[in-house]
Write a new protein. Structure first.
Lengths: 111, 114
């Protein structure tokens, strides 16, 4: 049973394209997150939703737009992809301040 | 603002030797602390967490960590490492805003050699 799943696992695309990453959790958690891991493996939060409400929106370009249709899903849409968007994007979920469960990651490469 | 510093970017160690990965944090309020492990091309897996109570926390795969409030540290230890422990290890603190936001350290690469 996959706790936090993401699709796709790999994403290779051209600059200027628009792409989406989907995330689903079956843990019954009330909070979901998107984290970005850069080429130096540094992890930083991008967004967080609690019960479908956006509660964290870090300094992220407007080209990134999260959407949470329900408590179990959190998607990330990226417009006009740039070379610097190449990274690994992790979805995670938790009961607020307790430990987060992470998905396997989506490896995005922008050419 | 809270921050996490992992004092070693790489730790090489021989198999069956003990290891300590160091983590210091800064926070003016009570914190929740975590250690995660990331194997190559995989997601993050929780090793252990400190929320409250006993300052010595035991986790999976034989790892343990000690919360030291006076030194603001949360070092990770294992008495005898295996080749399979080779991975990236991340220390993290939960943001005091009650949002569940994790602030990560820079990571420590543990290289276990035969």
């Amino acid at each position: 049973d996959t706790a936090v799943s993401q699709t796709p696992k790999y994403l290779v695309t051209q600059m200027g394209n628009d792409k989406s990453i989907k995330c689903e959790q079956n843990l019954g958690h009330d909070t979901m997150y998107w984290y970005k891991q850069d080429s130096k493996k540094f992890l930083k939060i991008m967004f967080s939703y609690n019960n479908k409400e956006l509660i964290i929106n870090e300094t992220v370009p407007n080209r990134f737009s999260p959407k949470s249709p329900d408590k179990a899903h959190l998607n990330l849409h990226i417009n006009s992809l740039e070379l610097g968007d190449s990274a690994v994007y992790f979805c995670a979920s938790s009961h607020t301040r307790d430990s987060a469960s992470f998905g396997p990651g989506t490896r995005l490469l922008v050419l | 603002a809270q921050s996490v510093t992992q004092l070693d970017s790489q730790v090489p160690v021989f198999e069956e030797a003990p290891v300590e990965l160091r983590c210091n944090y800064s926070s003016s309020v009570s914190v929740y602390l975590f250690w995660y492990v990331q194997y190559p091309n995989q997601g993050l897996q929780l090793l252990l967490k400190y929320l409250s109570g006993s300052t010595l926390v035991k986790g999976i795969n034989g790892f343990e960590a000690e919360f030291n409030k006076s030194q603001t540290s949360f070092h990770l230890r294992k008495p005898s490492v295996h080749i399979s422990d080779t991975a990236e290890y991340f220390c993290a603190v939960s943001d005091s805003s009650n949002t569940g936001k994790l602030i990560f350290g820079q990571g420590t690469t543990l290289q276990v050699k035969p």
